[in-house]
Design a protein around this ligand. Sequence first.
Ligand SMILES: Nc1ncnc2c1ncn2[C@@H]1O[C@H](COP(=O)(O)OP(=O)(O)OP(=O)(O)O)[C@@H](O)[C@H]1O
Length: 653
Amino acid sequence: MNAYEDQRTVELRRVDAPGAPGAPGEYDGYADATIELRAVPAAVEPGTLAAPVEAAAPAAGDAAAAPAPAVRLSAREAFGRFWPLTKGDRPRLALVCLCIVLGVLGETAAILLFGEITDTALRAGSVSAFWRPAEQWIALTVVGAITGYLGNWLAAWTAERFVMRLRARVFSHVQELPPDFFGRHRLGDLVERLTGDIDAIEQMVVSGVVGAVSAVFSVLFFSAAAIWMRWDLAVATFALAPLFWLAARRFSGRIKTVSRQERASDGAITSIVEESLSNVLLTQAYNRKSAEEQRLAREARTWMRASVTGARLSELYQQIVVVVETVCVLAVIGLGAWEISAHRMTLGELLAFAAFMGYLYPPIQSLGHLGLTFTAATAGAERLVEILDAQPAVSDPAPGAGPVPERAHGHVEFNAVGFRYPGAEADALRGVSFAARPGELVIVTGASGAGKSTVSKLLLRFYDPDAGGVTLDGHDLSRLPLAFVREQITLLPQQTLILHDTIAANIACGRPGATRHEIVGAARAADAHDFIAALPDGYDTRIDAHTAHLSGGQLQRIAIARAMLRQAPVLVLDEPTTGLDALAARRVIEPLRRLMSGRTTIMITHDLNLAPDADRILVLDRGHLVETGTHAELLAWGGAYARLHASQNGGRG
Ligand SMILES: Nc1ncnc2c1ncn2[C@@H]1O[C@H](COP(=O)(O)OP(=O)(O)OP(=O)(O)O)[C@@H](O)[C@H]1O
């Protein structure tokens, strides 16, 4: 019986919740090798199941503190929303289910053989009667092992593919969302949604289905076998089964609430860690170490309370199940003893019957657990659906909506443009009109919040205007493919964007496929070649946004080289010298002039050093275009521009 006992350990660990003391009873000892397949579905597996349950749960009062998700779904809606993503893998899922059914059938037959061995070989003391059922049992075990192996392997494959596909889909969608979406969501929380929440949904959709099939077929076959053996005994013991469902139902509402809290807390903790580490300079320079620690501790406390309450709920559920199970098992033993004493049953039959009962409870429990897993995963689904339902602010025009030029000349026009950010109370731009012809430099200036950056966002079509229109060479931007617009317009943002890669790759991302010769040429034109060549690994030096050992001015020149390589006819410079000291700013002016030459340049800036070079200067004030002209004209006019200029030159006008 050693082999059984070993397997029983597996069975108990897998079927009972972690840490749940007590076995379903001695009958569980008759588990056999096919147990592995039944345990595969992660949703049924206590370890995985317990995760959302245990890790959740605030005290009742804490539930109110959970940030309310914008989307509320029932488990069925959540499942329906993500099930279509299994398309393409359904034949494999069907094969997994077939393996499960074969495995359960094998288990059923093995238990019957065990009853036979007990009566014909053990009780009769006959070795010869042992061999035939033993051979059959071994054959069944080998078939079970093969189907178990195949089923587990395919199930893992399908589950991982689902995760990959879902993550790719959400990631691709997120990348199309407008900048204000990222303003409303913390980065760490988004990271958590793309990792933890996606895993939770997998638990519901793929592992959930596999787990449900496994549990349903186990219940069907074992109960059919038990009824076939002794329907009266079976009915008597089945009467207690609904108690499992009642227990699961009782707990599911609270678990959903605490799971929401747990998912939100996970997101908050990841956000705090991410924000703190990326702002470590601010933390150190402003002595904010203890403030940051307190921020983390606050969230961690919420998470801990949720986690402990979740563990308590889970444990309570488990213990109730253990008591119900023990009552059921004792009922079987008691009835069996009575039947044996009345010679209506043999010992082998009783053991086989009890084994079916012992085998029946775990899948019944699993079904209850699965309900809880679905409930917990729904909280993750709500958070992902919130992202997937967020609409990109702009979309590609329908194919054939209008002619698409091969390449733009760079004639940009704003015609009475009005725009208000989603959810904002005031217009960011109102009735703004101007034009920039190929090769011209147009400077957009004005006080903070005047609407300068909004001009660049509309030009790059991060948003469409609410009124008026923006055209490129006379084509309304909304009628041009997005990819075309962004190929024709190069943005040099205020903050230099660095990829975690070599300097060469950072420059080449302006034009994928650029040769080393072209990269070096662009770096020379950007005055970046000398300092790059002086680095130990030259162009192959790996840099990173946070660890780059390069100055702000050097990074800016790498960005200029990237823009040079791009060769787009329109250039948008957003505060190109902000954050640089006077010397570094002077060093980027010349490369900038080279970059601007021959291109339509819209420069958004407070810094008026390049203003005398501009063909036109636009002064914005609270979304209105209040002055337009050259530097000399506007100075002579003596209005807002003259005041701005004077403020920068210490009142010298
Ligand atoms: N995502 C947003 N949601 C709501 N309002 C926004 C958003 N972004 C900007 N605004 C508002 O739109 C107005 C114009 O903002 P914009 O960023 O264009 O100003 P700006 O002139 O570039 O300012 P700064 O010089 O400080 O960068 C401001 O009142 C700002 O508060």
